[in-house]
Design a protein around this ligand. Structure first.
Ligand SMILES: Nc1nc2c(ncn2[C@@H]2O[C@H](COP(=O)(O)OP(=O)(O)OP(=O)(O)O)[C@@H](O)[C@H]2O)c(=O)[nH]1
Length: 347
């Protein structure tokens, strides 16, 4: 017990597609919804995580105008303050904590710095924990990014995800690497992770030191996310599943290393496909995860869309590719794979 009446704010971080929302969903399923206010930050202007987390209510806030570690720190402050005011006025349940899910591109240092450095926020909120999800399958690639190192360095809990997909020896080597990089953090598996707020605080936290550790040095004077951009491809649905998966296979075959993250919510037309149930797609690099089906359309607007976070690939290129693929598919539906023109024809 801290004896501190301020509301604890936890930070859930980890690389793009590492499994943050999956873990958040798991945590929220196991605790009363009204206890936790959730703030979800997405890099792109079209967020999906707030829909996928399975809670669309007043105390789930989406910050989708940019990254909270750089572009929209002011909005983070405002969002936290608004949550506090609405709680005080009884417009929201008297939640007991706030959880911030950062974008995978965010370094947690500036988020902690906002919590400890702002006199107004400091009266009401206190930082509670930083939990970082580490993708065991993509760790070698992610580790090259400065924000990954900052996310690992600032954490008090490191949760490995996708150990079911990674080679056991790679997961073991990653555990050893993480223990070297951040010996104070508790290491666990994301699938077994209890909600961080149910865990004992693991260390006498020096939040200033962690804010510093969680801020990449290379950022000074640089555009933090370089050429990375987010864009959304709206699909006229229902979408032919064969066409979509064939196109995605080709797109990722050709441009996978430029696609840092792909998320989709799609109404699918295919025989035997559950009608009215949207399909959720997750991809990163050359990999697509198995599609998931939702029981109903979250948010109610029913628009099919694919959200990309990419570097060296823009929305126009992807849109052109999809349009030309659709023309090919409409003319040649049912063509044998050998008759198809191949990925390069659509780029
Ligand atoms: N096999 C396997 N898949 C996982 C695991 N954790 C997450 N995933 C899958 O990884 C994909 C991305 O998971 P998310 O939870 O959306 O990842 P995220 O970190 O929230 O993604 P962003 O918010 O875009 O950065 C989904 O298809 C998940 O089902 C895991 O431990 N094992």
């Amino acid at each position: 017990m801290t004896g501190d009446a301020r509301l604890p704010v936890g930070v859930l971080t980890g690389s793009l597609g590492s499994g943050k929302t999956t873990l958040l969903r798991q945590w929220l399923q196991d605790s009363p919804a009204a206890e936790t206010a959730v703030l979800i930050n997405e890099f792109g202007a079209v967020g999906l995580d707030h829909l996928l987390v399975g809670r669309i209510d007043a105390d789930t806030v989406l910050l989708d105008n940019g990254c909270i570690c750089c572009a929209i720190r002011g909005e983070l402050k405002e969002a936290l303050w608004r949550l506090h005011q609405r709680r005080e006025r009884g417009e929201l349940p008297a939640f007991q904590r706030v959880l911030i899910e950062t974008t995978g591109l965010a370094a947690p240092g500036p988020v902690i710095a906002t919590l400890i450095g702002d006199a107004q926020l400091r009266q009401v909120f206190r930082p509670a924990h930083v939990a970082t999800v580490v993708d065991a399958l993509h760790a070698a690639t992610h580790a090259q990014r400065p924000e990954w190192q900052a996310q690992v360095a600032a954490a008090d809990r490191l949760y490995l995800s996708k150990t079911d997909l990674a080679r056991p020896q790679d997961a073991e080597a990653l555990r050893a690497q993480l223990a070297r990089l951040n010996p104070l953090a508790v290491l666990g598996n994301s699938r077994q992770a209890l909600p961080a707020w149910q865990e004992q605080p693991v260390q006498e936290s020096n939040w200033l030191a962690r804010a510093i550790a969680g801020t990449p040095r290379s950022r000074k004077g640089q555009e933090p996310h370089g050429s990375i951009q987010a864009f959304c491809l709206e699909l006229d649905g229902p979408v032919d599943w064969c066409a979509l998966t064939l196109w995605l296979t080709w797109l990722l075959h050709r441009h996978g290393e430029r696609v840092l993250r792909l998320k989709g919510l799609v109404a699918v037309a295919a025989e035997g496909w559950p009608q009215g149930q949207p399909t959720v797609l997750h991809g990163m690099g050359h990999l697509m995860h198995a599609p998931e089906h939702l029981a109903e359309w979250p948010g109610g607007d029913g628009r099919s869309r694919l959200v990309f976070i990419a570097s060296g690939l823009n929305g126009q290129q992807v849109d052109d590719s999809w349009q030309s693929f659709q023309r090919f598919f409409a003319q040649d539906n049912g063509a044998q794979p050998g008759a198809a023109p191949g990925p390069a024809a659509f780029h």
